[in-house]
Design a protein around this ligand. Structure first.
Ligand SMILES: Nc1ncnc2c1ncn2[C@@H]1O[C@H](COP(=O)(O)OP(=O)(O)OP(=O)(O)O)[C@@H](O)[C@H]1O
Length: 249
């Protein structure tokens, strides 16, 4: 039984069908990558899943909860967190303050019976634990906007983790990174899968094939094929329509 299921998703922009009856499922602790050439509909699909765009048809379910008509913030509460292609951090605030805000936002009613001091300590512990989770504990007091690009992406991941997601959507986490930063991000993503499932949209095929258990290939809004990373890598049709075009690009 899958943790997450999308069934028959459709999204039209005028005459263009950007998402054409897409089915997708992600299992517990699975890293599932979504790939496809530019304009294939990856971002649209992620926007439908996270609730940024309403679906025209289809159904979304996470851990038995129907997400289809829920707003983005309700989907976060149901266990769906998202990192953005463009980082969503507060650049002028410290790593600590970014994480404190996120911890506060997701603290819900769990601190209801605590005094103010105890509450503040608990939030600080949570913020530090999040920093440690992504390897930013030594940059805790640094200004977020002054972190190197890879550090900012890690902070973005930590902000998404504050919601304690069951499914984490990562939209091009390796974008704009050099080789060393990419390698560290790959390690981080690999370490997260013990706690959650991950849907990864990524152009870096090396990263995709290092991380993904399964891969779904989108072309012109439709699922071309879906399978294990090894099966996708050796699929001649995928090589022709996607990997081949990447090589030539
Ligand atoms: N808001 C919108 N209004 C109209 N057309 C849109 C809109 N968003 C996306 N599209 C179109 O839908 C199609 C899919 O776009 P989408 O951005 O989802 O693809 P993508 O696979 O994420 O591409 P990329 O890899 O370049 O980010 C494209 O033809 C795009 O022009």
């Amino acid at each position: 039984m899958s943790l997450f299921q999308a069934q028959g998703l459709v999204k039209r922009f005028g005459g263009l069908t950007a998402t054409d009856h897409v089915d997708l499922d992600v299992g517990l602790n699975e890293v599932h990558a979504l790939i496809g050439p530019n304009g294939a509909g990856k971002s649209t699909l992620v926007n439908l899943i996270s609730g940024l765009l309403p679906v025209d048809a289809g159904r979304l379910e996470l851990d038995g909860v129907d997400l289809t008509r829920l707003r983005s913030n309700q989907r976060v509460k149901a266990g769906l967190s998202r990192c953005f292609q463009v980082t969503s951090i507060f650049r002028d605030a410290s790593v600590r303050d970014n994480l404190l805000l996120a911890a506060q936002a997701h603290s819900g009613t769990s601190f209801r019976f605590m005094g103010n001091r105890e509450h503040d300590h608990q939030l600080l512990d949570t913020a530090m634990a999040l920093a440690e989770r992504v390897g930013l504990q030594h940059e805790f007091d640094h200004i977020a906007g002054a972190l190197p690009h890879g550090g900012q992406r890690k902070l973005d991941v930590a902000l998404a983790l504050a919601a304690r997601p069951k499914l984490l959507l990562l939209d091009e986490p390796m974008a704009g990174m050099g080789q060393d930063e990419s390698a560290r991000m790959i390690e981080l993503i690999r370490s997260l899968r013990t706690d959650m499932a991950i849907l990864l949209i990524e152009h870096d095929m090396d990263a995709v094939f290092q991380l993904a258990d399964r891969v779904t290939v989108l072309v012109y809004g439709k699922v071309l094929t879906s399978g294990t990373a090894a099966a996708i890598k050796s699929n001649p049709e995928v090589q022709r329509v996607y990997l081949g075009t990447e090589t030539h690009a």
